[in-house]
Design a protein around this ligand. Structure first.
Ligand code: ADP
Ligand code: MG
Length: 874
């Protein structure tokens, strides 16, 4: 907080005010000094309050983005916040996890961890449970320990937490990384520059005003000095920087309410200029509520869904269970359940229901197995897992090795048979199940399992399998294949990947994953908003295309596969990147190529990702979008925004919000600067005309802070314009003054100047200002204030009328305007205020003149908008 306060005071604009106060003191005008001092304090307090609120809001967002950790506690597996981990917890980690505390590895399945943040070692290190024998070992050699803040890049494992928080190795060096500076957004940087320009302008205008006054007969140097300071103060938009910060932070909070968690403030702004959204399919465009629909073995398909509709349940009694139609299906389902990292757990609140924990694709397989009476837990006990090659989105498959020597009691759960009899093996052997994409499996399979015999996988079979796979995929199903091989002995862990070779293909499982209902509309909305949607998925090209057509993403039947991407030159990719909407069978590293090609064509890209390997693409994209539910901690760390509901529609809503916020920032910049322009020219004009200043320093400060500041704050929450999602995105490189901004400033500035200057010139003799300047000056002051109130209401929309959005859709603005008008009346009519501001009571006639002139300003702005609307229609 102290730092924020200090920053309020060392602002160059505030320094000018302090200088003015000191000068007034030197000139023995203590009332001015005190008044300016009050204003400086008020300004600092307001700025401090806003910045502090903004920082609190961002800190709250940061706390929310702390990743969840999977732990084993009291025999249950649950997800907890990483700051709730205590020593003694067993945490379960897998590729993509960030280690939440220091711990001893108690299980490692090829667990590899990148410890660069602690040791500087850039390659991942293998972790094992083997004891270490040296007492003093450098951090990098402690292979049975994992450390907070490091990232799992491969494999799976469990660790018993030993130390947490500041006592961890990371905690010991945490002081080094705690003071991360908040990034300034492009808009804030441009405003900083604008501030500097205005400062120079202020100095120039002081010089001009000073010389203008000097040319008058018998100049009073003291008055001149005060006048010059007043004008300089009028140039400076005191409230602006704080308003921008709070607008962005409030915007981030509003986005949160719509399920988009902003991790980096600049993203709020960049979202408004997104031109392409590259989205994952599974879970983002679809519900990731996978349900097994079809079991397909050797051309024999069984529709599971149809049977479930007839009332089958998990672990139901015998007659409620699904029945396999062939032995092959039993093997297929057993393989899919064994080669599986999800687990079925009895639900907390309903002991008769099971819920899957883990990857939804795998969970669906376990649920299906359960409906056939095969429980994963029973299978795992009968055929324990003794080795594995984890799933990787590059390979699109995984393998687990199981010991067949165990007890045969699980046979019952295999619908009466056992793996031994299905596979024709003796005990003391091992079986490796591989599950993954069918196209990939066919490449490494040499045989096919037919009822009770194994035959070579000849061209005919390959064709038949590929054809069924395509048919399933064309219907939008996600297809996984299962294959196996038997092993005489257990291979060395390092040689395990070679097991994925010469496999016996068993069959495939087709799962439906319905598109999310709201996505179709979201895609259509983004289309009218000039935002293209591109699907990038690891799934089968036909599955991808089918869903892309359903959702209105695909404009043609073109699909580029990861395979094709790998052999394309950057030039070839550039040539097609505008036309292709679907990329399938893509590995994470290809995403980077797609982002690069699109960026080269000037696109601003929001890219989703969930895995470890997606991190580089997330960083490279203009907005990296991570998944709040299914995303790995590593992908969240690399992202700018997290979708709390994993939903594509949320990205589109966030871009809409981003555009609205950008519009609003422009709106109050317009509002504040137009008023300053008007004021400064009134002051300069009167100086040039040889009149005294119609406004004193206090009145000017009051206008800049209160009449400009309050409504500007309210404009930050202005609802979006009707056409926000019907116009193209703005270019991130566009000037602050582009798209009608400077024209608005010139026009409104001229209007405000014109009316108030006319009043100054004509009113000077009319109200006998030479003898009683009070009434004349109060009228100019009041006209300016009321003009700004009309401007505040009119500026709510760029082109639509003042009433188009409904008068009550921005209540804070109405309160700000109403409050300011009341304050103005108090300043005119209440004695102590009159003394402070140097004002005088106005008659009703005089007040009517002020009101009339300010209405003229409002009317002028509305007439201009009518012309703009007309030009648009033409
Ligand atoms: P998406 O981009 O749709 O999220 P993924 O990258 O998750 O696709 O998956 C790509 C392919 O990898 C899937 O089509 C499937 O063939 C395979 N696959 C996905 N999950 C698993 C898994 N748990 N086990 C084996 N194979 C999988
Ligand atoms: Mg996925």
């Amino acid at each position: 907080p102290l730092l924020i306060l200090w920053e309020q005071l060392i602002n160059p604009l505030v320094l000018i005010l302090i200088a003015a106060a000191v000068v007034s003191g030197v000139l023995n005008k203590w009332d001015s000094t005190i008044a300016i001092g009050v204003i400086v304090v008020l300004n600092a307090a307001l700025g401090f309050f806003q910045e502090y609120r903004a920082e609190q809001a961002m800190a709250a967002l940061k706390r929310m983005s702390a990743p969840a950790v999977r732990v084993r506690r009291g025999g249950r597996v649950l997800d907890v916040k990483s700051n709730e981990i205590v020593p003694g917890d067993i945490v379960i980690v897998e590729a993509g996890s960030i280690i939440p505390a220091d711990g001893r590895v108690i299980e490692s399945a090829n667990l590899r961890v990148l410890e660069a943040s602690l040791t500087g070692e850039s390659l991942p290190v293998d972790k094992s449970t083997a004891p270490l024998f040296n007492e003093e070992m450098p951090l990098g050699d402690r292979h049975n320990m994992v450390y907070m803040g490091t990232a799992v890049t491969y494999g799976r494992g469990e660790a018993l937490i030993t130390t947490t928080g500041m006592k961890t190795e990371l905690g010991k060096i945490a002081t080094l990384i705690q003071g991360v500076q908040g990034e300034r957004t492009p808009l804030q940087r441009r405003l900083d520059e604008l501030g500097k320009v205005l400062l120079v302008l202020a100095l120039v205008i002081i010089a001009v005003a000073f010389s203008l006054g000097f040319l008058r007969p018998a100049p009073n140097i003291e008055d001149l000095f005060v006048a010059a300071v007043a004008i300089a103060v009028a140039v400076v938009p005191e409230g602006l920087p704080a308003v921008v910060t709070i607008a962005l932070a409030l915007g981030a909070q509003r986005m949160l309410r719509r399920q988009a968690l902003i991790r980096k403030l600049p993203a709020v702004e960049t979202l408004g200029s997104v031109t392409v959204i590259c989205s994952d399919k599974t879970g983002t465009l679809t519900e990731n509520r996978m349900t097994v629909k079809v079991l397909d073995v050797a051309g024999h398909a069984q529709d599971v869904i149809e049977m479930i509709r007839q009332g089958h349940s998990i672990m139901g009694s015998d007659d409620q269970r699904l029945k396999f139609e062939t032995q092959g299906q039993a093997l297929l389902v057993a393989g899919a359940a064994l080669c599986n990292d999800a687990l079925l757990q009895i639900e907390d609140d309903n002991p008769n229901e099971y819920a899957a924990v883990g990857d939804p694709t795998e969970g669906a397989l376990l649920v299906a197995a359960g409906r056939y009476g095969m429980m994963k837990a029973t299978l795992d006990t009968a055929y324990p897992r003794v080795g594995e090659v984890p799933f990787e989105s590059d390979r699109k498959r995984m393998t687990t090795v199981h010991d067949l020597s165990g007890d045969e009691s699980a046979a019952a759960s295999l619908n009466g048979t056992s793996l031994h009899s299905l596979l024709g093996t003796g005990s003391g052997e091992y079986v490796a199940f591989t599950k993954g994409s069918v196209d990939g499996l066919l490449d490494i399979s040499t045989h096919i399992w037919l009822e009770n015999r194994v035959e070579p996988l000849d061209a005919g079979w390959r064709e038949r399998i590929t054809a069924s796979n395509d048919t399933l995929a064309r219907n939008g199903l996600r297809v996984l294949g299962v294959a196996y091989c038997t092993l005489e002995s257990l291979p060395d862990p390092d040689d395990l990947p070679q097991v994925e070779n010469g496999l016996v293909f068993v069959g495939m499982v087709g799962m439906i994953d319905p598109p999310r209902p709201e996505v179709k509309d979201a895609v259509a909305t983004s289309k009218t908003a000039g935002i293209r949607t591109v699907m990038i998925t690891g799934d089968h090209p036909l599955t991808a295309l089918s869903i892309a057509h359903d959702l209105g993403i695909a404009r043609n039947d073109r699909v580029i596969t990861g395979h094709e991407l790998a052999s394309m030159t950057p030039e070839q990719l550039d040539a097609v990147v505008e036309d292709v909407d679907v990329y399938a069978r893509v590995a994470p590293e290809h995403k980077l190529n797609i982002v690069a090609a699109l960026q080269k064509r000037g696109h601003v890209i929001a890219m989703t990702g969930d895995g470890v390997n997606d991190a580089p693409a997330l960083r490279r994209a203009n907005i990296g979008v991570a998944m709040g539910i299914t995303g790995t901690a590593v992908s969240k760390e690399a992202s700018d925004m997290v979708l709390l509901d994993d939903n594509f529609a949320t990205i589109v809503r966030a871009t809409e919000e981003g555009r609205t916020i950008y519009d609003n920032v422009r709106r109050f910049i317009k509002y504040i600067l137009a008023s300053n322009t008007g004021e400064v020219f009134v002051l300069l004009g009167t100086q040039a005309a040889g009149l005294p200043l119609p406004l004193n320093t206090l009145q000017i400060l009051y206008m800049n802070l209160v009449t400009d500041g309050l409504p500007a704050l309210a404009l930050a929450v202005e609802p979006g314009e009707k056409d926000v999602m019907r116009r193209p995105p703005f270019r991130p490189s566009e000037s602050l003054f582009a798209r009608g901004m400077w024209q608005h400033l010139v026009f409104v500035g001229a209007l405000i100047f014109g009316t108030s200057f006319a009043l100054s010139l004509l009113g000077y003799p009319a109200y006998d200002a030479a003898n009683h300047p009070g009434v004349w000056s109060t009228m100019v002051f009041t006209t300016l204030t009321l003009s700004q109130m009309g401007h505040a209401l009119a500026v709510r929309s760029d082109k639509e009328t003042l009433f188009s959005k409904g008068l009550f859709s921005n209540v804070p603005l109405l309160l700000a305007v109403g409050g300011t008008v009341l304050l103005q009346m108090a300043i005119i009519y209440v004695k102590p205020f009159q003394q402070f501001f140097g004002t005088a009571s106005l008659t009703l006639d005089q007040l009517a003149v002020c009101l009339g002139l300010s209405l003229a300003v409002t009317l002028g702005i509305e007439i201009r908008k009518a012309f703009l609307r007309r030009a648009d229609r033409a």
